[in-house]
Design a protein around this ligand. Structure first.
Ligand code: HAM
Length: 403
């Protein structure tokens, strides 16, 4: 038997219902916030992710589904959605057009990670990206939108917040951090020694316990912000306070992608095990320029749909539509025609095998139909149909013309 690849799951039946319920709910909320749908290809030039997510990131360094295609192009399956949306934004010249552009998307992402609970090689994200607004109100708006989506789905969370500074304050901070790292270089892990050379702030979220205990004494991002970044960060906290969004400050939250500046945030759940990040995002004011566009401020986030599935509190499912069944073979043609007419405005399930009434009632119950409609010999002769409302249990026989 051929099975799906490791870390790549089928989504069907009950999970699919949760999945579509999530997409519908998140889409409705994104639209309320003025976002429009965007779809970008699953396959992109590898260079796109090298220049955006960053060569020093684990994603680009170790986890890409990368290959040379038949035309000798270096391509890879997208590991995340932001880079593709920025590429589309620049390619469509929306950067030159100016103004504000807000997009939402959902779809499969691919990372060659070690699979475990909550960590897949093919997973799905729902993401939003906003271009053209440099105000920190937009950062707050993003966080409020993510919070609205999670709350609408009945999902509790903790929000972690940090500021990564900008090109005014980051270079000096990076220098002092590198000096600190050098002071304990012999004791830190190999990954951190490599990070020191590529992207030093990534050492701050190293999972190695020894490293973490050493970095307790490292200079803190939040103690080294310039006046602009500090005032934006303070303002962000005030807006969240005013809107009753609780948060924790985590000065070691650096995110695993290189394109962020200023606001960085993650929503985590304490109910799904070690892969607890359910949403991640932040501001990325330099990325449009890095991808050859006109400098444009931007901010966004993405939610990991698989991690959310088991947390979603589904609304009670209501009986819906019609179940049509025949009690003898002669009635089957009639119910197929009735079903075809009825489907113009309702959901209809048809059973093609003739059965007794008890079994049809069971069948209607199984598909959660509101009405069980059955035609037998008597109904055929009279041009009628027997209908039971499975909600209020009322039974009637009605003329086919009135059905
Ligand atoms: P990210 O933090 O890499 O950010 O991913 C966002 C979310 O995707 C995570 O919080 C997690 O729920 C889910 N996720 C990531 N990797 C996996 C995996 N291997 N298996 C299952 N779920 C996973 C980004 O991707 C950024 N593009 C977010 C963003 C948008 N920033 C600005 N705009």
């Amino acid at each position: 038997m051929i099975s799906s690849l490791r870390g790549m799951n089928d989504i069907l039946a009950e999970d699919y219902e949760r999945f579509t319920y999530f997409i519908t709910t998140a889409t409705e909320i994104a639209k309320k916030y003025g976002f429009h749908f965007v779809q970008t290809p699953l396959l992109e030039e590898t260079a796109l992710f090298k220049r955006s997510v960053g060569e020093s990131s684990d994603i680009v360094g170790k986890e890409m589904y990368q290959f040379i295609d038949k035309g000798e192009n270096d391509v890879c399956l997208r590991p995340e959605g932001t880079a593709g949306v920025v590429r589309a934004f620049v390619q469509k010249k929306l950067d030159k057009a100016g103004g504000v552009h807000r997009f939402y998307y959902h779809g499969a992402m691919f990372r060659y990670e070690r699979p475990q609970k909550g960590r897949l090689r093919q997973f799905h994200q729902f993401g939003v990206e906003s271009f053209g607004v440099d105000s920190v109100y937009e950062d707050a708006n993003m966080i409020m939108m993510a919070s609205d989506i999670l709350s609408a789905l009945g999902i509790g969370y903790r929000l972690q917040l940090n500021s990564l500074g900008d090109q005014n304050c980051m270079p000096a901070y990076r220098e002092s951090l590198v000096k600190f790292i050098e002071s304990c270089e012999d004791e830190i892990c190999e990954d951190c020694q490599r990070r020191k050379l590529t992207n030093p702030i990534r050492v701050l979220d190293c999972k190695n316990e020894k490293c973490q205990s050493l970095y307790l004494n490292a200079p803190k991002l939040l103690d080294n912000l310039c006046a602009g970044c500090q005032s934006d960060f303070d303002k962000l906290k005030t807006i969240l306070d005013q809107n009753n969004i609780k948060y924790e400050i985590d000065t070691n939250l650096v995110r695993g992608l290189d394109y962020y500046s200023k606001t960085a945030f993650e929503f985590v759940s304490d109910n799904i095990g070690s892969q607890s990040a359910i949403t991640g995002g932040g501001r990325y004011d330099r990325l449009v320029e890095f991808l050859d566009g006109k400098a444009t401020p931007a901010v966004g986030f993405a939610m990991g749909i698989e991690r959310l599935l088991e947390l979603i509190v589904m609304p009670e499912s209501k009986r819906e539509g019609y179940y049509l069944g025949a009690m003898d073979d002669e009635a089957i043609d009639m119910i197929v025609t009735l079903a075809h007419q009825k489907r113009k405005d309702a959901k209809v399930n048809v059973e093609y095998k003739s059965k007794n009434l008890k079994n049809h009632l069971k069948g209607a119950d199984k598909v959660n139909a509101r009405f069980c409609c059955v035609v037998g010999e008597n109904e055929r002769n009279d041009g009628t149909i027997w209908v039971k409302d499975l909600e209020n249990k009322a039974e009637t026989t009605i003329k086919v013309e009135d059905f």
